[in-house]
Design a protein around this ligand. Structure first.
Ligand code: ATP
Length: 747
C-alpha cells in the first residue's frame, strides 16, 4: 500500500482545495512557523477517523473548519480526502485505489466516504486497522509527541508497543470480548433475576394446574364410576321391581280366592248362628212342661183328698161288716155270679182288643164297679142307711177319682209329648253346632293363610317403598353428580357393565361411598381457576423455558468468551513477547548507534494480568484498579554515564532515545506510511545526520512524510512541499526544490 495523495479543502488553515501528491518514499513538508504544516499531519489523523479533537488541537468538530481570514471567507465544512494505492491489497477491499474521505460540518456532523460512497466510521476503522494504519496514530507522530513513549506509564507504553506491533487488533478484540463477557454476565444475572421473579408465580400456578388436573382426573373417575354405579343401581332396581311384580300377582290372586272362601264360610256360620237361636222355643216348651207338672200336682193332691174321704167311708163299711159277720157266709144266686163274671169277661176282652193302658184302666174301673154292685146287691137287705150312704159316697168318690186319674194320665201324656219335643229341639241344635264348628275351623285356617299372604304382601309393599326411596335417592345422586361431571352421566342406561366374572366387584354401598369420597375431594380441591390461569401458566412456562434456554445460551457464550479471551491473551502475550524481543534487539542497536554505545531495553512487567481489572467500572466496587505495574518499563544507560533514570537525560538525549525506540518499533512492524512532525527538532547537527541515516533506512520499509525545519532531513526527501501563508491567513502549498526549501526554511 502506498500513500498517493492528500486533499484538503476548508480544513483548518487550508481555505481552498489543496492537493499534495506523495510519489516519493520520503516527502518533506517545510515552511515557516505557523504556516500550516502540522495541520497537514492532523489532516491525516482526521481523515483516518481520529475522534479526539484534542489530538488535533481543537475542542470540537467546528475547530477543524477553516475559520476565515482577512482575505478569505470562512468555510462551511472541512473536507479531507486521502487516496491510497491498494495494488498489494493490504487494505482488505477489492480496489487498486482506495479513497477515504471525511467531511465535518459546522454543526459537528461528520460524513465518511469510501471510494465516493457514504460509509460508516466503523467500516473505515476496520479497513485501515487491517493495514496497520489505525486511528491510534502510532505512525503519526505529532509535533513534540516523540517522547510520549518515554513519558508514558508502563501500561501506556505497553499499549503503544502493542499498537506498533499490530497487536491492537487482538487487544481490541480482547476488550470487546471482555465487554461482551461483562454484558453476558449482566444478562445472565438479569435472566436469573427474571427467572427468580417468575419462579414463585410459576410454582403457584403449577400447583393450581396440578390441582386442576387432579380435579379433572377425579371428575373423570367420578364419571366412570358413577356410570357403573348408576347402571348397576338401575339394573338392580328394575330387577327388584320386576321380582316384586312377579311375586305380587299370584299372592293377590290367592288372597282374593281365600277372601272369597272366607266370606262364604262366614255367611255359613252367620246363617247357622241365627238358625241356632231356639232358646225362646225351648223356654216356651219348658214353661209348658212346668205348667203341666203343676196341673198334675194339683190333680195328685185332689186324688189324695178323695182317697182320704174314701178311706173314711170304707172304715164305716168295715165297721158295719163287723157287726154283720154272717154276711160273709151268705149264699148268693149263681145266676148273679155268672152275670157278673160274664160282664168282667167282656170288659177284659174289650180291653185286650183296645190294647191301650187307658182302655185297660177303663176296663178295671168297670170290673171294679160291677163287683161292687154284685156285692152290694147280695148284701142289700141286710145294709143300714149309713152303710148305704157310705157306699154311695164311695161310689161317687171312686168315680171322681177315676176322672181325676184319667185327667192326670192325660196330663202325663201331654207332658211326655212336650218333653220329647224339647229333646228333639236340643238334639238338632247340637247337630248344627257341630257343622258351625267345622266352618269356624275352616275360617280360622283361612284367616291364618290370609294373614300370611297379607304379611307377604306387606313385605312386598315395604320392599316397594324401600325401592322407590332408593330410586329417589338415585335420582338425587344423579342430579348432584350430574352437576359436577355433566350430562354424560345421564347416559348410564347405555353403560356396558360387561363381563364381571373373576373381577372383584365392590357392592353398591362401597361404590356409593367411593362416589361420595370423590365428590368431597373434588369439592375440597376445587380451585377458582379458569382458562385464564392455565393460559397464564403456559405463557409463564414458555417464558421460563425461554429464559432457561437463554441462560444456557448466555452461559455457553460466557464460557466461549472466556475461552476466546484466554486465547487472545495467550496470543497477545506470546506475540507481544516475541515482538518485544525483536524491538529490544533493534532498539539496542539503534540506541548504541545514536549514543555510540550504551544499553537500552524494554522490560515486560506483569503483576496482574487480569482482564476484568482493565475495564472501567468493571471491578466489584467500580474503582478501576491500578494497572501501572502491568506494562513495559524502559531502561537506558548511555555510554560512560551512570544514569539510569530517563528524567536525567537532556532534551536532545530524550529525543534520541525516543527516535531510537520509535524507529525500532517501526522496523519490526513497519506501517505503510509514517508521518513525523518535527521529531528532529532538538537534534544537533551530528545527531541530525544520524537521524537522516535512520530515515533513509526506514524509508525502505515505510513511506515517510516528514515535517521539518532541518536541512539534513530535507536533504533526504525526494519531494519537498513548501507551505506558506504569506499574510493571507490561509495556507498555500507549493512544490519546491531543495534550494527553495532552504530559503523557505530561512523564512
Ligand atoms: P510551526 O513551524 O511553528 O510548527 P506550522 O507550520 O506547523 O508551525 P501549524 O501549526 O500547522 O503551523 O498552523 C497553525 C496555523 O493554522 C495558525 O496560524 C492558525 O491560526 C491556523 N489555523 C489553525 N486552525 C485554523 C482554522 N480553523 N482556521 C483558520 N486558520 C487556522
Amino acid at each position: 500500500m502506498r500513500l498517493k495523495t492528500l486533499e484538503v479543502d476548508g480544513f483548518k488553515s487550508f481555505s481552498k482545495h489543496t492537493r499534495l501528491t506523495f510519489n516519493s518514499s520520503i516527502s518533506a513538508i517545510v515552511g515557516p512557523n505557523g504556516s500550516g504544516k502540522s495541520n497537514i499531519a492532523e489532516a491525516f489523523r482526521f481523515v483516518l477517523g481520529e475522534q479526539s479533537m484534542k489530538s488535533m488541537r481543537g475542542k470540537r468538530g467546528e475547530d477543524m473548519i477553516f475559520n476565515g481570514s482577512n482575505s478569505h471567507g470562512r468555510s462551511n465544512r472541512a473536507q479531507v480526502k486521502v487516496t491510497l494505492d491498494n495494488n498489494d491489497r493490504l487494505l482488505d477491499i477489492d480496489y487498486n485505489e482506495v479513497v477515504i474521505e471525511r467531511v465535518v460540518h459546522r454543526d459537528g456532523a461528520n460524513e465518511y466516504y469510501l471510494n465516493g460512497s457514504p460509509a460508516r466510521l466503523r467500516d473505515i476503522r476496520e479497513l485501515i486497522a487491517g493495514a496497520h494504519i489505525g486511528s491510534s496514530g502510532h505512525h503519526i507522530i505529532s509535533q513534540g509527541e516523540a517522547d510520549k513513549i518515554i513519558e508514558a506509564s508502563p501500561a501506556g507504553r505497553k499499549e503503544m508497543i502493542e499498537d506498533a506491533l499490530g497487536l491492537r487488533i487482538y487487544q481490541a478484540k480482547r476488550l470487546e470480548s471482555i465487554r461482551k463477557l461483562e454484558r453476558t454476565r449482566e444478562n445472565i444475572k438479569e435472566t436469573q433475576t427474571q427467572r427468580r421473579e417468575v419462579a414463585p408465580r410459576l410454582r403457584e400456578l403449577a400447583r393450581i394446574k396440578e390441582r386442576i388436573e387432579q380435579v379433572r382426573q377425579m371428575k373423570q373417575d367420578l364419571q366412570t364410576q358413577s356410570l357403573e354405579y348408576f347402571a348397576r343401581e338401575y339394573a338392580e332396581i328394575e330387577a327388584q321391581k320386576q321380582e316384586g311384580g312377579d311375586k305380587r300377582t299370584p299372592l293377590e290372586q290367592k288372597k282374593q280366592q281365600l277372601e272369597a272362601e272366607l266370606a262364604e264360610k262366614r255367611s255359613h256360620v252367620e246363617a247357622a248362628s241365627t238358625e241356632n237361636d231356639q232358646s225362646t222355643k225351648l223356654r216356651e216348651i219348658d214353661g209348658q212342661i212346668a205348667e203341666l207338672s203343676r196341673q198334675r200336682d194339683e190333680l195328685t193332691r185332689e186324688l189324695g183328698r178323695i182317697e182320704g174321704e174314701l178311706a173314711l167311708h170304707q172304715r164305716v163299711i168295715a165297721q158295719a161288716n163287723k157287726t154283720d159277720e154272717h154276711n160273709a157266709t151268705r149264699k148268693v144266686y149263681l145266676k148273679h155270679v155268672e152275670d157278673t163274671a160274664d160282664f168282667i169277661e167282656k170288659q177284659i176282652q174289650r180291653a185286650e182288643q183296645a190294647g191301650t193302658v187307658e182302655k185297660m184302666k177303663e176296663a178295671f174301673g168297670a170290673i171294679r164297679e160291677s163287683l161292687a154292685n154284685f156285692i152290694q146287691a147280695n148284701r142289700e137287705e141286710q145294709d143300714d142307711v149309713s152303710v148305704k150312704e157310705a157306699r154311695a159316697e164311695i161310689e161317687r168318690l171312686e168315680g171322681e177319682k177315676g176322672e181325676i186319674e184319667q185327667k192326670r194320665n192325660m196330663l202325663d201324656g201331654e207332658k211326655k209329648q212336650r218333653e220329647e219335643e224339647y229333646r228333639g229341639i236340643t238334639d238338632s241344635v247340637e247337630e248344627r253346632k257341630d257343622s258351625t264348628r267345622d266352618a269356624e275351623r275352616a275360617i280360622y285356617e283361612l284367616r291364618t293363610q290370609l294373614s300370611a299372604i297379607t304379611n307377604d304382601l306387606e313385605r312386598l309393599d315395604a320392599r316397594a317403598r324401600a325401592l322407590s326411596a332408593r330410586e329417589e335417592e338415585m335420582n338425587q345422586d344423579l342430579a348432584r353428580i350430574g352437576q359436577v361431571v355433566g350430562r354424560a352421566v345421564l347416559d348410564y342406561k347405555n353403560y356396558d357393565l360387561g363381563d364381571q366374572t373373576g373381577r372383584e366387584v365392590p357392592d353398591q354401598g362401597d361404590r356409593r361411598k367411593e362416589l361420595e369420597r370423590l365428590l368431597i375431594r373434588i369439592e375440597d380441591n376445587a380451585v377458582e381457576a379458569g382458562d385464564d390461569m392455565l393460559r397464564e401458566y403456559e405463557d409463564l412456562v414458555e417464558k421460563d423455558q425461554f429464559l432457561e434456554r437463554e441462560l444456557e445460551d448466555l452461559e455457553k457464550s460466557a464460557v466461549s468468551l472466556e475461552e476466546l479471551i484466554a486465547e487472545l491473551e495467550e496470543t497477545l502475550e506470546r506475540e507481544f513477547q516475541i515482538g518485544l524481543k525483536k524491538i529490544n534487539d533493534e532498539f539496542q542497536k539503534l540506541f548504541s548507534h545514536m549514543f555510540s554505545g550504551g544499553t537500552a531495553r524494554l522490560v515486560r512487567m506483569k503483576i496482574k494480568p487480569k482482564h476484568d481489572d482493565e475495564l472501567e467500572d468493571s471491578t466489584e466496587d467500580g474503582v478501576p484498579e491500578d494497572t501501572s505495574q502491568d506494562g513495559v518499563e524502559l531502561y537506558v544507560s548511555p555510554p560512560a554515564k551512570k544514569i539510569k533514570g530517563l528524567q536525567m537525560l537532556s532534551g536532545g538525549e530524550r529525543s534520541l532515545v525516543s527516535i531510537a525506540l520509535l524507529f525500532a518499533m517501526s522496523y519490526i512492524n513497519p506501517p505503510p506510511f509514517i508521518i513525523l512532525d518535527e521529531t528532529d527538532a532538538a537534534l544537533d547537527e551530528a545527531n541530525a545526520k544520524k537521524y537522516g541515516d535512520l530515515i533513509a533506512e526506514l524509508a525502505d520499509k515505510s513511506q515517510l512524510i516528514l515535517i521539518t525545519h532541518n536541512r539534513e532531513t530535507m536533504s533526504r526527501a525526494g519531494v519537498l512541499y513548501g507551505i506558506t501563508m504569506a499574510g493571507t491567513g490561509a495556507s498555500t502549498v507549493l512544490s519546491v526544490a531543495f534550494e527553495e526549501a532552504e530559503k523557505a526554511v530561512a523564512g
